[in-house]
Design a protein around this ligand. Sequence first.
Ligand code: UTP
Length: 291
Amino acid sequence: MKVTKAVIPAAGLGTRVLPATKSVPKEMLPIVDRPAIHYIVEEAVRAGITDILIITSRGKSSVEDYFDRAPELEDRLLASGKEDLYRQIIDVTQMANIQYVRQQEAKGLGHAVLCAKSFVGSDPFAVLYGDDVIISPPDKPAIGQLCEAYDRYGLGVVGIKEVTPEQILKYSSLAVEPLEGQTYKVTDMVEKPAPDKVLSLYSILGRCILPAEIFSILEETPLGAGGELQLTDAMRTLTLSQGMTGVDYIGKRYDMGNKLGVLEAIVEVGIAHPEIGEGFKDYLREFCKTL
Ligand code: UTP
């Protein structure tokens, strides 16, 4: 069954990028000239997703404003002959059918996904974490690679990557067995493992495809690490009951919930930017000589 719906949880507190995220959602931090969430919606659309639910919260209305029309600005751009910019801001409003729901309290990623229950209904759906920007070749969006694995194996899919021994303690750790190419059978998982509970250095990074059964599982899942409802805990139940597939996707992930991740994204996307890329490289070459 083709995946056409996606959920983007973007209601977290973003405490790792404070104080900026006190008033600017981390999902709205700009990477050159677009907010992080623009790249995420673009990735979903490239994979054939048509309907997107963004989970927001208090103080995140700028996310809705970004994908909404802006008549005064549009009129001004047209009147001053800036057709190109006009087209760009209209295109943003037409990327997909985007809806919103508020998570009233930040009770964890699993709780945020549970807020999507009535939007999703009985269809399998994609989850794109709102602070994980993944840049892949344009014809190979990361979530599209997961959709292919869903079509092939008919099981829920997690996007996975190997991380460092320090990072694994802050993320999730998976037990995997190779299937073919970049694809693995997932046999177990643990969120924020204690050092003696690490299963491997493979972690879930930013993307998954889930069957609608995940909602009844989430409703039964007790609070986990950090006193939050953890999506990984519910996916573990799914893994043990029906299995899940892991895809080590092609693409580079930038963690926009982390100061260093924000800088990496800006530098690397900036270098490839058609308008300012060359000038930025010249600047960096000179600047690096001073380091
Ligand atoms: P994170 O755990 O990275 O978000 O969740 P956080 O809670 O904002 O993290 P800190 O405070 O910097 O440590 C990954 C994604 O899930 C969303 C976040 O907005 C982020 O995009 N999220 C997290 C929710 O929507 N609701 C939550 O309750 C928690």
